[in-house]
Design a protein around this ligand. Structure first.
Ligand code: ADP
Length: 386
């Protein structure tokens, strides 16, 4: 069975991203996206139609899913709730449990459910769910618990779950390989900075803190999300502006972050406007960096010492200026960046701190699709009954 591909699906409510990957070699045989699912005027009415559209797109590039020897389908599922802490083979019960989690992730899990249902109809191979929350199921209770009434938290499963777990796990493993040390002996911080942003503290390969919470809104400043705000802001906006809960949710998720502060959510554009001397862009950059420093310092304290700090995702992998700013002034804590190494443009994992620095600072490209394909294959390999 080895060398046969895994189909990795990331189904949202209106889009289906797909990749056909060989887990062992990381070879991507094909990839693409079906957009505008279910939107007015779109030829793609639902997720079943999206699967057919994907099949057609693949056929157009010479890939016939019926003859590639498809090993399995790996589904990215954003919210795994309190119970899913590992990759899981999807059967009817598991699908029902994922449906049961929709209240915890109303924007994300419905798309995943539709994608899984359509893909199970289409592909008669094992289907595996990879949960974005799973890597953070190890957070100690002190980190995962909100200081709200205990019964309320328990009855409604309110706690800090964390997201982007597949990426944080992949990057922390890759960083250990990069520095040539055992994962088990390393204290790490990973900064995943894409459109969504999150930080994690990882001790011996086990996550002990992360910046996102019950939802992906908590924590760092993001492209369009505010990250941390005073929870009293909701009351203020309601009392003063008469905003509804739904309006406040949209404001903080879609109209805040870099976009809210500077009018652009794309980091490259933010950097251009900053270079052109725009005050709003400059302040947005400073707020973004300030929040990052805040989390790096907090995680240093929680870990009690740090071996590796890794930057990943679109901004983390591609913005030397941002990386330098995050550790600027932290030499006394052991954070040193070699400006020449930092300026290198590359797609491979690399160290950007000088030789012998107390803390290794690295740029480690993330690859969530490959991670999902590998986790899917590993689960199947461990199950002789499938
Ligand atoms: P997603 O979270 O959607 O997967 P990505 O990881 O692709 O997003 O990150 C997207 C972000 O990365 C955008 O803000 C984009 O501007 C930023 N980015 C991409 N390339 C660069 C670059 N060369 N310099 C600075 N930022 C970049």
């Amino acid at each position: 069975m080895s060398e046969s591909p895994v189909l990795v699906l990331n189904a949202g409510s209106s889009s289906l991203k797909y990749q056909l990957v060989i887990p062992e070699t990381a070879e991507v045989q094909a990839k693409g996206i079906v957009a505008r699912i279910g939107e007015p005027g779109s030829p793609v009415a639902d997720h079943a139609a999206a699967m057919r559209a994907m099949g057609k797109d693949l056929a157009a590039v010479g890939v016939d899913l019926d003859s590639v020897g498809l090993r399995a389908v790996g589904h990215r599922v954003v919210h795994g709730g309190p119970d899913f802490s590992d990759p899981t083979i999807i059967d009817d019960d598991v699908l029902n449990e994922i449906k049961d989690l929709i209240p915890l992730a109303p924007l994300h899990n419905p798309g995943a459910v539709s994608g899984i249902e359509a893909a199970r109809e289409e592909f008669d191979v094992p289907h595996v769910a990879i949960f974005d929350t799973a890597f953070f199921s190890t957070l100690p209770a002190a980190a995962a618990t909100y200081a709200i009434p205990r019964d309320l938290a328990q009855n409604y499963r309110i706690k800090r779950y964390g997201f982007h777990g597949t990426s944080h796990q992949f990057v922390s493993r890759a960083a250990a390989e990069l520095v040539g040390r055992d994962l088990g002996e390393l204290n790490q911080i990973v900064l995943h900075l894409g459109n969504g942003c999150s930080a994690s503290a990882i001790s011996g390969g086990v996550a002990i803190e992360t910046s996102m919470g019950l939802t992906p809104l908590q924590g760092l400043v993001m492209g369009t999300r505010s990250g941390d705000v005073d929870p009293g802001l909701h009351t203020f906006l309601h009392n003063e502006l008469g905003m509804t809960v739904a309006e406040i949710d949209t404001l903080l998720n879609k109209q805040s972050g870099l976009k809210g502060m500077a009018g652009v959510n794309d980091f490259r554009e933010l950097e251009q406007r900053r270079s052109a001397g725009e005050d709003a862009a400059q302040l947005a950059f400073e707020v973004y960096v300030h929040r990052l420093k805040h989390y790096v310092g907090a995680y240093l304290a929680l870990l009690g010492g740090l071996d590796v700090l890794s930057f990943t995702a679109g901004v983390g992998e591609n913005s030397p200026g941002l990386r330098a700013a995050v550790v600027d002034g932290l030499d006394g804590l052991g954070f040193l960046v070699d400006p020449e190494l930092n300026d290198v443009r590359s797609k491979v994992a690399r160290v950007i701190s000088p030789d012998g620095a107390p803390i290794t600072i690295a740029v480690v490209p993330t690859n969530e699709e490959l991670a999902i394909a590998r986790e899917t294959a590993a689960l199947l390999d461990s199950r002789s009954d499938l």
